[in-house]
Design a protein around this ligand. Structure first.
Ligand code: ZN
Length: 217
């Protein structure tokens, strides 16, 4: 069962994050935990990176340094720019740098594809109604892994683990069209207070540029 899980995970993630081996390994670790199986063939302690311990151990070390230099910014939880950004989780997309954002400026809501799911609408609703945001920015990107998936991924999972996930994969082949659909889902949500400033973009991972997608007529 473990070998099957590992193979499925790697074939799923590696092709479109081929230069991001750490991402693939993190997902392998997650699968090994749920399968309650040894991941000795690709354990986080043998990832080939310098230093000892897991990647999490190394990041905790970096946090210690971060905290030593940290001073309380004294900020309110309400984003300064009153904006929420919904984006793909892709490791090549640095939202704060790409948009010139500072600490405290915005809410960032990320998932595979930057898809507007029910849970994203939950976060946006809380963002607007409890924390005062008014604008929504939606960002997909070029060369997204979602473009190489289909809803058949759910069936493959069901065959492997004996249970079909309740969630949709939300795969898409046309990022522009999916941005339009995402904008439409936000604009038509009955739970949101502000739907007049909802704009969508595709981020080019090779140039760093955002290309705006106009909503469907
Ligand atoms: Zn993506």
């Amino acid at each position: 069962m473990w070998v099957t899980s590992q193979q499925a995970t790697l074939t799923f993630f590696v092709p479109f994050h081929s230069t991001l081996r750490a991402v693939a390994k993190v997902n392998v670790v997650a699968m090994s935990t749920s399968a309650q199986s040894s991941a000795e063939t690709d354990s986080p302690t043998t990832s080939g990176a310098a230093g000892e311990g897991t990647v999490t151990d190394r990041l905790l070390g970096l946090n210690t340094r971060y905290a030593e230099a940290f001073t309380d910014p004294g900020m309110d939880a309400r984003p300064v720019l009153k904006v929420a950004v919904v984006a793909c989780m892709d490791a090549r997309l640095d939202l704060h740098r790409a948009l010139g954002l500072e600490l405290g400026d915005c809410h960032t809501i990320r998932n595979a594809g930057g898809v507007v799911t029910d849970d994203v609408l939950r976060s946006l609703t809380i963002s607007q109604r409890a924390l005062g945001t008014r604008s929504v920015i939606l960002i997909h990107h070029t060369n997204c892994g979602m473009e190489s998936l289909t809803e058949g991924f759910r069936q493959e999972l069901e065959l492997e683990v004996g249970q079909r996930p309740a969630w949709a994969v939300e795969a898409y082949s046309d990022a522009d069209q999916d941005v339009r659909q995402s904008m439409q889902r936000v604009r038509t949500s009955p739970f949101l207070l502000h739907t007049d400033d909802v704009r969508g973009f595709v981020f080019d991972v090779t140039t760093g540029k955002l290309r705006e997608i106009l909503p469907a007529a």
